[in-house]
Ligand binder design. Structure first.
Ligand code: HEM
Ligand code: HEM
Length: 125
């Protein structure tokens, strides 16, 4: 894997390990209050970003342009911001976390729309 394919998949591996550690911590402490944080850690960070990585690996021409770079950075930054917000909200600081969760959510959605824009012509051709 090279370029944006490898970068997305490498980041997915990191989110998988961190998200599972959070799940294990929740299980060990019997405190499941961070469940939404854990769910989005693994489902966006691990599953969705791994799919992005595989897509760019399967269709390398889609991975080597400015749109794909923008997609990578928008998705990565938005997820970190979203997770920070979720941590704060479900850690008992909703006023602090909500603006981060709102901005991160919008960024995650926009990054998916950008990905749809990149992937659509390829999957329809
Ligand atoms: C070491 C691995 C993992 C551990 C120890 C773990 C642990 C947990 C725990 C303790 C909960 C809370 C359950 C509850 O309160 O009902 C949970 C929920 C959840 N986990 Fe994990 N998890 C792991 C890996 C994963 C992975 C790999 C995924 C998805 C790719 C995942 C997706 C979810 C989801 C979606 C929920 C929320 C379920 C719901 O809404 O009821 N987890 N996990
Ligand atoms: C713009 C991005 C997203 C936003 C704003 C968002 C928002 C939310 C919200 C508000 C909840 C309810 C949490 C609660 O009841 O405490 C939720 C739950 C959930 N979301 Fe998302 N979500 C997003 C993306 C995704 C994606 C991409 C996936 C899967 C690939 C996903 C999977 C889930 C699951 C499994 C739950 C239930 C987990 C739980 O009960 O904690 N979400 N989401």
């Amino acid at each position: 894997m090279t370029g944006n394919a490898g970068r997305f998949f490498a980041s997915a591996l990191i989110y998988a390990v961190l998200g599972m550690m959070l799940g294990l911590f929740m299980g060990m402490t019997q405190d499941h209050s961070q469940m939404p944080t854990h769910a989005h850690f693994v489902l966006i960070g691990w599953v969705t970003f791994a799919i992005y990585g595989f897509f760019y690996h399967a269709f390398p021409s889609a991975a080597v342009n400015r749109l794909a770079n923008a997609h990578f950075w928008m998705a990565e930054i938005s997820l970190v911001v979203l997770l920070a917000g979720l941590f704060a909200i479900f850690g008992g600081k909703p006023d602090l976390g909500e603006p981060f969760a709102a901005i991160g959510s919008i960024g995650i959605l926009l990054s998916m729309i950008l990905f749809a824009f990149i992937a659509w012509p390829i999957v329809r051709s």
